[in-house]
Design a protein around this ligand. Sequence first.
Ligand code: ADP
Ligand code: GN1
Ligand code: MG
Length: 367
Amino acid sequence: MENSNKISEVTEAFNLPGELKECIPYGNGHINDTYRLTCETPEGIRRYILQRMSRRIFKNPQELMENVSGVTSWLRKKIIENGGDPERETLTLLNSRENLPYFVDSTGDYWRIYLFIEGATCYEQVKDDNDFYQSAVAFGHFQRLLADYPAETLHETIKDFHNTPDRLKKFKKAVAEDVCGRAAAVQDEINFILEREELTRVLYDMQKDGRLPLRVTHNDTKLNNIMIDDKTGKAVCVIDLDTVMPGLAANDFGDSIRFGASTALEDERDLSKVSCNLHLFDVYAKGFIEGCGGALTELEIETLPLGAILMTFENGIRFLTDHLEGDHYFKIHREGHNLDRCRTQLTLVKDMQEKLPQMNEIIKKYK
Ligand code: ADP
Ligand code: GN1
Ligand code: MG
């Protein structure tokens, strides 16, 4: 737990109501340090999400916050126009006493506070088809709401985030340097990746030669980055907006599939439990294409299954790179955690490659 002086320094920098009663670590994100704050006020309990943005990962937190402020204000306006509730349907940032949407503490760390979205849950695994369908509609709709966002004003918060050929290059460097002496023990995984090298270029090349358009995408569309209403089962809010940048629709689709259509958790150790559930693939495809509201081109729709394979492969490459480099990127909670995550992803890639013809058939229904 964070030292309480630091938490006080941060919370005092914001205009929180009433008395701060509790601050506890919260959620299962791999990147930021997240806490839930509880304040007691004369009107009742008010809760907030406090986050320290990762300094190692976000090299320019000010630019990151410009993106998040820009996107949330934009969504807020659209939600109001559509008669929705902006405090539940998008993230709401609190301003600091210096009137900024973040605070820099005395050690240089960047912090932000969001309103806590009450009565909704982030799931680690699909519990029923409808939740997954609703999350698909919401991620598709998110892309649609941002279709006319001025993309040129968005900063690239993480360079080459979904540049898969570049991810492969960094992976090869990590294998060659082998700073932790872990490469020999993971030769099978290394070979699996190298045998599929050409896969990394497929969508990248299609975008470069103009066949696939860049859109304003979320880029981190896993199920625990969406909040599902506890009562209605509808997706209320897309969260984790740190990587909203121009990207490919297939990547947003694919990242949801790799996480949500898997029959096991991302870090499952028993690989016999890991496969891609084609029924869930179908459910998500229907919802996502509907949510995009007819905006996707035919080729974009055709490439959705490839996006699923690619995002899974990319995450496998990233997890193994981090394992080889000494686990400095993704948070780990046990030894070999990134290797376990890599193994589930590679198992899924193999399974998805075998199921590609069926995935293509499913997609055809929604073209
Ligand atoms: P990370 O980048 O580390 O994944 P997230 O922004 O996704 O960080 O937040 C981590 C977790 O915190 C989420 O999965 C969710 O459970 C919870 N969370 C984040 N924002 C909110 C919010 N506004 N209301 C309620 N829970 C939230
Ligand atoms: C990270 O931030 P979080 O936990 O929602 C990562 C994603 C990975 C994912 C793997 C900024 O997502 O790219 O796909 O872990 N986010 C960042 O679970 O790197
Ligand atoms: Mg997250």
